[in-house]
Design a protein around this ligand. Structure first.
Ligand code: ZN
Length: 243
């Protein structure tokens, strides 16, 4: 194979590895931000649940206070009823006592509802605490993993840059590097394998003379359709003793 063609195939491999590593580096802050958002929402959910618990306690104190006042009023009426002189006064007093008793009943109902709400809120707090613990654990393990990966990807990018420099310096035909870079800029990849008279990347059929030239692997031949630099991998012989 033409040494430059071999080098361009290697160059494509280097560029592809560098691109994968660069994309991973670029994606890392977004992945950490997503973990951070998860942690923040879990923290906010727990704070909300705890605030609901405080509201529930405040409401309960208010109901208890009203209930106590009603009970004291009722006791006062019960003392006063002993001292009434007339039937008229007795009826009026009984009427007032009934009203207070009804109010007490309603407040006791409210206490029950408040207690059920408190149970639900306590369960919600437990769930929110578990979710927060899970989010914290994810943040701790995944953030460290992302950071470790990023360091490795940065090393890959640096290594690829070094390999690229060495490879490009060794090229006999610097013009081929320019061609490579021009195609890579437009197409993403600059080399393509030819097989069965086709470019395996754009799938367009090659002219017989073009494919014949590509099969020799001894010159830079570009695909008529996508412009990629073509190379040919000869099929492996079915039976061979040599490696
Ligand atoms: Zn092509």
């Amino acid at each position: 194979m033409l040494p430059d063609l071999q080098r361009l195939i290697q160059l494509q491999d280097i560029e592809s590895r560098a691109a994968v590593a660069s994309k991973a580096i670029a994606d890392a802050p977004g992945r950490i931000a997503a973990l951070d958002a998860l942690l923040q929402s879990a923290t906010a959910a727990l704070a909300d649940a705890k605030q609901s618990f405080e509201h529930n306690k405040t409401a309960r104190r208010s109901i208890d206070k009203d209930l106590l006042a009603d009970q004291q009023r009722l006791e006062k009426y019960q003392e006063q009823v002993m001292a009434v002189k007339t039937n008229e006064q007795l009826h009026a007093m009984q009427h007032q006592m009934k009203a207070v008793e009804a109010e007490i009943g309603q407040r006791e109902e409210k206490v029950l509802i408040n207690m059920m709400e408190a149970d639900e809120i306590n369960a919600a707090i437990k769930r929110a605490e578990a979710a927060l613990t899970a989010a914290q654990a994810r943040m701790a393990s995944e953030k460290a993993a992302i950071e470790t990966e990023t360091t490795a990807h940065q090393a890959t990018v640096a290594e690829c840059a070094e390999s690229r420099r060495t490879l490009v310096a060794a090229m006999d035909n610097q013009g081929a590097v320019d061609t490579f870079q021009r195609i890579a800029k437009v197409r993403g990849t600059a080399v393509a394998r030819a097989e069965g008279e086709r470019c395996t990347v754009c799938q367009v059929r090659l002219r017989p003379a073009v494919f014949a030239a590509v099969r020799k692997n001894d010159q830079i031949v570009q695909c008529d359709s996508c412009n990629r630099i073509l190379f040919f991998v000869p099929p492996k012989p079915a039976n061979t003793a040599s490696a």
